[in-house]
Design a binder for this molecule. Structure first.
Ligand SMILES: Cc1cc2nc3c(=O)[nH]c(=O)nc-3n(C[C@H](O)[C@H](O)[C@H](O)COP(=O)(O)OP(=O)(O)OC[C@H]3O[C@@H](n4cnc5c(N)ncnc54)[C@H](O)[C@@H]3O)c2cc1C
Length: 230
C-alpha cells in the first residue's frame, strides 16, 4: 500500500531512504534545516571502507574520547559540558565498550560496509549516475612505527574476516604508488576498499528524486514531533 512519508534530514541516509521509498512506490517529501550543499554527507572523504570494521565503542574509547574533548578538531569531538543526559549516554556507551561486543560487531559492520559498496555500485548502474566511484583500494601510509603497529592490527582483523589486505614494506611502497614521493615507515594496502565523490553522489540523488516527484524543502527545521492515534 502506498504511503505518504516525510524524511527529516537530507544527508546521505535521508536521501538514500527517500530513494528506496520511491522505488517501493511511496510518496516522499524530504525536509532539511540546511541548504543541503555543505554538511558531512557532501564534504566527507568518500571512502567506502569494508576494511575498517572495529566499532567506535571499543575498550579505551572513553579514555580517548575524554582526551579528544579538549581538542575541537579531533575526529570525534564532544563539547565538554555539565549535562546529565551526556553523562547518562557516556555511562551507557562505556558499558558497551567491551571486547565481547567488539568481536560480535566486526562481522556485522563488515557485511553492512560490503553491502553499502555494492548498493552504491547498483544505484550508479541502474540510474546512469555520473558520480565518481572506483574500487581501486586504499593505501594507508604510516609515518611512525606506532602508527604502523596500530594499522597492522586493523589490517590483520580485516584479513581474518576474509578481506583483501596487504602489509607493504617501506621499500615496496613505490611499486604501489608509482612515481609518488612518500615519507613513510610502512603501509597497508586495502584492495577491498572503494572511493566515491560524495557531493557528486548527493547531487545525482537530489536530481533523481526531484525528477521522480519528491518534494525537497531546504532551510526548514523540524522542531517538534507529535504522535497521534490517527
Ligand atoms: C570530515 C569528515 C570525513 C568523513 N569521511 C568519511 C568517509 O570517508 N567515509 C565514510 O563512510 N564516512 C565518512 N564520514 C562520515 C559521514 O560523512 C557521515 O557518517 C554521514 O554523512 C552521515 O550521514 P547522515 O545522513 O546520517 O547525517 P548528515 O549528513 O549529518 O545529515 C543529517 C541532515 O539532517 C539535517 N537535520 C538535522 N536535524 C534536523 C531538523 N531538526 N530538521 C531538519 N533537518 C535536520 C541536517 O541539516 C543534515 O543535512 C566523514 C565525516 C566527516 C565530518
Amino acid at each position: 500500500m502506498m504511503k505518504e512519508v516525510i524524511v527529516i534530514g537530507g544527508g546521505v541516509i535521508g536521501l538514500c531512504s527517500a530513494y528506496y521509498l520511491v522505488k517501493a512506490g511511496h510518496k516522499v517529501t524530504v525536509i532539511d534545516q540546511s541548504s543541503m550543499d555543505g554538511g558531512a554527507s557532501f564534504v566527507n572523504a568518500g571512502y567506502l571502507t569494508p576494511s575498517h570494521i572495529i566499532p567506535l565503542a571499543a575498550p579505551g574509547a572513553v579514555k580517548q574520547g575524554i582526551k579528544w574533548m579538549f581538542n575541537a578538531s579531533s575526529p570525534f569531538y564532544i563539547k565538554p559540558r555539565l549535562d546529565k543526559s551526556l553523562f547518562e549516554w557516556a555511562w551507557a556507551f562505556n558499558k558497551s565498550c567491551t571486547k565481547e561486543n567488539v568481536n560480535k560487531s566486526i562481522p556485522v559492520i563488515k557485511d553492512i560496509n560490503l553491502l553499502s559498496a555494492r548498493l552504491f555500485s547498483e544505484i550508479k548502474q541502474e540510474e546512469g549516475f555520473n558520480f565518481h566511484l572506483k574500487n581501486n583500494g586504499l593505501l594507508v601510509l604510516c609515518q611512525s612505527e606506532k602508527m604502523l603497529e596500530e594499522e597492522i592490527h586493523i589490517a590483520r582483523i580485516a584479513a581474518a574476516e576474509g578481506l583483501e589486505v596487504k602489509e607493504i614494506s617501506k621499500s615496496n611502497i613505490p611499486n604501489i604508488e608509482i612515481g609518488a614521493k612518500v615519507e613513510a615507515v610502512g603501509a597497508v594496502h586495502y584492495a577491498c576498499d572503494w572511493h566515491s565523490t560524495p557531493h557528486e553522489f548527493m547531487n545525482d540523488l537530489q536530481s533523481w528524486l526531484k525528477a521522480e516527484g519528491v518534494q525537497i524543502f531546504k532551510n526548514e527545521q523540524i522542531t517538534t514531533l507529535e504522535a497521534s492515534q490517527d
